[in-house]
Design a protein around this ligand. Structure first.
Ligand code: BV8
Length: 250
């Protein structure tokens, strides 16, 4: 492992344009369960097709609203961990770093990363079914109804979490930027994703096709491990600080 840490540190130290692609695994050490880890995973208890889809929301708005409020409380209690902070530190040390995350918890920005693309939205933001976006819990305060109704004058449409549900298109501006950055990077660092959900899981292939060096950090091999030039089998909050420590020695 020591040698692999040195290989990863060497590749990162020479990166001109680094893209860091993250998934639920990087927030695991902040106390937010991942999606697919059977026993502990959030999805283990719930059927994602029932909860993270428009069909699921329309079929049972209160069930879906309450589930997202449960997850929002987890996120509000969570703090960035050494993995998030190591990525923010890379942005201080390297010429160009872009974080592309599937996570809706906002912990990368909280850790100090400034260039962050939230592919799947953010659980602290809300919008109504008529498209009034940028709503926060403060805008919805005082309402008993679950889900609450849109506060825009005369609207009263149902309010939903500001996340991308399965079967919904990502924001094309964010997706186009993520594709462009993945095709322009010379190093991609993949952290804590199973590499199952599209189109996020296709971004490493774009980097690979552009001859980028690929590093993966994940305790378990993922759908993307075959692409990795260096695979570091361990938790992000432990491995990433070790890589930065070696970069400091070099
Ligand atoms: C779309 C927000 C156009 C909501 C999420 C092509 C082929 C097949 C299917 C599709 C396809 N194209 C589209 C689809 C359908 C679908 C899809 O990909 N389905 C999958 C299940 C096959 N994609 C979509 O619907 C996308 N929209 O394509 O629109 C369209 C429209 C109609 C029809 C076709 C196309 C929208 C996808 C976004 C959905 N929203 N989140 C919410 O959060 O509630 S996805 C959600 O699940 C997360 O955001 C994340 O993306 C995904 C979970 O994956 P991971 O983050 O990787 O987490 P996971 O638990 O799986 O893995 C954790 C990993 O961490 C593990 O590997 C573990 O080992 C590791 N780990 C654990 N501890 C640590 C660690 N790593 C490091 N350190 C640790 N300590």
């Amino acid at each position: 492992m020591k040698d692999l840490i040195h290989q990863a540190a060497d590749i990162l130290a020479h990166a001109h344009r680094l893209v860091v692609l993250t998934g639920a695994g990087i927030s695991k050490e902040s106390g937010i369960p991942t999606f697919r880890e059977a026993q502990q995973g959030l999805w283990a208890q719930q059927d994602p097709q029932r909860l993270a889809t428009m069909q699921g929301f329309l079929a049972n708005p209160t069930l879906v609203w309450d589930w997202y409020q449960f997850r929002l409380r987890l996120v509000e209690q969570a703090q960035p961990n050494p993995g998030h902070r190591a990525i923010a530190e890379l942005e201080q040390r390297l010429p160009h770093v872009e974080v592309i995350t599937q996570n809706v918890d906002g912990l990368h920005v909280q850790a100090g990363s400034r260039r962050v693309l939230e592919l799947h939205g953010n659980i602290r933001r809300f919008k109504c079914l008529r498209g009034h976006g940028g709503l926060t819990m403060a805008d919805l305060a005082g309402q008993e109804a679950t889900p609450p109704l849109c506060p825009h004058p005369g609207c009263q449409a149902l309010v939903r979490p500001g996340v991308v549900w399965f079967g919904e298109n990502l924001d094309y501006r964010i997706l186009n930027q993520a594709v462009a950055d993945s095709e322009a990077c010379d190093v991609m660092l993949i952290v804590g994703t199973s590499g199952v959900v599209q189109p996020a899981a296709s971004l490493p292939y774009r980097a690979w096709n552009a001859r980028a060096r690929i590093i993966e950090v994940n305790p378990q091999p993922s759908e993307l491990t075959d692409l990795a030039h260096v695979y570091l089998a361990g938790p992000a909050g432990v491995v990433l600080p070790q890589v930065l420590a070696v970069m400091s020695e070099q």
